[in-house]
Write a protein that binds this ligand. Sequence first.
Ligand code: SF4
Length: 392
Amino acid sequence: MSDQRPGLSGVPPHELTEWLAAQDEPAWRARQIADALWTGGGVTDAAAIVTLPSALRESLGAFARLDTVGDTETQVTDGGLTEKALHRLDDGVLIESVLMHYPATRGSRERHTLCLSSQAGCAVGCPFCATGELGFGRDLETAEILDQARHAARRLAAEDKRLTNIVFMGMGEPLLNLDRVLAAVEALNDPRRFGLGARHITVSTSGVVPGIRRLTALGPQFTLAVSLHAARDALRDVLVPLNRRWPVAEVVGAARDHAAATGRRISYEVTMIGGVNDTPEDADALAELLRGDHAHVNLIPMNPVAHTPWTASPMPVIESIAATLRAAGIETTIRRNRGQEVGAACGQLAAQRAGEPPAPAVARRRERLVMASAAALRGERSDEPVPAGVGE
Ligand code: SF4
């Protein structure tokens, strides 16, 4: 049976104060606990909070888990610039986070960006994504999200560095676990807890329109990124199956409203898949869709993912799509992939540990994707259902 104690990083400050009151402890003890929990990524054991009396350390350890991602294996690649962490959660579920180091350049300071997970697996099922292939496992607890950041912060603190950016682009669709993601963002942004500026936090979505609308109502909290991948519905139905529920125009409309209400530029991500979404028609459709918007497009060569029939678009093709977008006045960058040697995209290490699916199933999947993308390129909409768990 899994540990029933809450993860301490996910316990809201007012609940911690209430718990202290119930222990006949003064409220200011909460400050000592927060300092120990958040400074430099914080401690992982209540016994290490030496500012507390030993009886309180003991009762705190009995009340809550100080670390929910303690069982972690890290792999380093890209000459030390990318660190992939595979976290085994209390119930045995595997999730991943990726820490990427960007050395200083003449125009920018050194950055350390963490890509973290919001769910174990994902219900959306994008076929170019290793996490999508795993299917949906469960939503992560707030503490399980935050402890990925604390884990990375500790690794950096050991080298006298700190986390500068966090992106919710790991495993899962953050807006399908929105309450916990928002609680995690609040803690990340809180100067008395993780203390990262809102502009340094990016939440990504594959297009959950009600979630985008809810974020808009909250006001500017962080940067919103939309994983677009295709501007034409027929193709997006295949590449991002929740498009069958919320089509391109609705997603971009909600993102546009978000930009107008918050003054924040929307970041659109497009994974470039050779021969699938990199045709001149796709480039033109994307340029038309976003022309005049307060938007930025990131073109990302597809990571090699097992069991898909696809590979990344060649770089000259990506460059020509970038040129089309720029000619339409849309700011565009081409993003380099990270961590390919250790299983590139988020979800790959977890997928490898889950074991190989049977060969006939893989062959059927590949064949189905080839047929679906060919039909999409002919402009035919998918008649496949909306993925379960994505709906309302
Ligand atoms: S790309 Fe994102 S939304 Fe799509 S399956 Fe992967 S994790 Fe889910």
